[in-house]
Write a protein that binds this ligand. Structure first.
Ligand code: ATP
Length: 317
């Protein structure tokens, strides 16, 4: 950003995520659960564009648009307003219109709302030329907006601790090939899945240990060895998601029979992420699932990919 220039619209591309490991500890006093997670950003993207407007507003296009709120509860709008308060001399009076082209499944455990919030932060910082908001301050603002927002500013592969908002990058070489199964009408709310996890644990008399990332997964990720990563995939919320949506058990079984190296519910579900051994195996698996698997959208993706990035500045003369 050079001083004195002004941009009239800024577009940012932001990925969704899968959790390669999600360990859920006890519920904290603030109501959140302590978690240890390993996130990976994958190549399923939303595009978020911001431009100055008379009043704060949001519009959504794309295959999942009808499931996204277009009022004040939209997380991208919340993020833009929050950053707007950091605008010197302007206070709250700097409205923008936020346009979201949505491809990340909604309420699918891929953090689409958090991704849009991260993208809105990056886009508005650029639009308003907030040079005093460095990456560290942006991380801080992001962590106040939601558990996954900070990670989606960065992308890649990372460990998330606390309630997921404390992010430490995991360095590794290579890429993983994912096939995502997205079921229609199975949306799960994250609080509902955590509550079911607590209920199942209580019924079984289980007390969760303090969550910590497993060394098996971190070692496998250093080399991005698909077979070793597959063996280390784990999600403590999977049993709860399957309890609420029993059809997910059949989805996991179908992908495994069709040759996936590993399978798991992503985050709080219901998206199911299958890990394939190569690009060719991912293509075979997606064709097999589309032809013979349970009804749902099948999306191929690679990971890791970078987080929210400006892809276009447009200035109107
Ligand atoms: P997570 O994995 O972070 O729990 P998720 O992927 O399961 O999230 P989201 O796609 O983030 O779920 O959507 C959760 C809810 O957030 C939706 O039901 C929707 O009502 C609301 N929401 C608010 N803003 C957005 C947005 N910009 N995009 C998607 N959902 C949004």
């Amino acid at each position: 950003m050079s001083p004195g220039t002004s941009t009239d619209s800024v577009a940012v591309r932001v990925p969704g995520k899968v959790n390669l490991e999600l360990l859920v500890g006890a519920q904290r006093e603030d109501g959140y659960h302590e978690v240890s997670t390993v996130y990976q950003a994958v190549s399923v993207y939303d595009r978020v564009t911001v431009r100055p407007a008379e009043r704060w507003s949001v519009s959504v296009t794309g295959p999942y648009a009808d499931r996204v709120p277009t009022g004040d509860s939209n997380l991208a709008l919340v993020a833009a307003k929050t950053l707007g308060r950091r605008r010197p001399r302007h206070g709250r009076s700097s409205p923008v219109h936020v346009e979201i082209d949505k491809t990340i499944p909604v309420a699918g455990g891929m953090a689409g709302g958090s991704a849009n919030a991260a993208a809105a932060l990056v886009a508005c910082r650029e639009l308003w030329q907030l040079d005093h908001v460095d990456n560290e301050l942006l991380d801080q603002i992001a962590s106040g907006l939601g558990s996954d927002v900070t990670f989606l500013l960065h992308g890649g592969t990372a460990i998330g601790s606390g309630r997921g908002e404390q992010v430490t990058p995991v360095l590794g070489r290579g890429e993983l090939h994912w096939v995502l199964w997205v079921g229609e009408g199975l949306e799960l709310s994250t609080p509902e899945v955590y509550a079911e996890c607590d209920r199942l644990r209580e019924a079984a008399g289980e007390t969760p240990p303090a969550p910590e990332p497993s060394s098996e997964l971190l070692t496998a990720l250093r080399r991005m060895d698909a077979a070793d990563v597959a063996a280390a995939l784990h999600n403590d919320l999977q049993a709860a998601a399957v309890s609420l949506r029993p059809e997910l058990a059949g989805v996991i079984e179908a992908g495994t029979e069709l040759g996936a190296l590993g399978a798991m519910v992503s985050g709080s579900g219901p998206t199911v992420a299958f890990l394939a051994g190569s690009q060719t195996e991912a293509i075979d698996l997606s064709v097999g699932l589309a032809a013979n698997g349970p009804v749902g959208d099948i999306v191929r993706a690679i990971g890791p990919v970078p987080g929210a990035q400006v892809v276009q500045h447009l200035r109107t003369p």
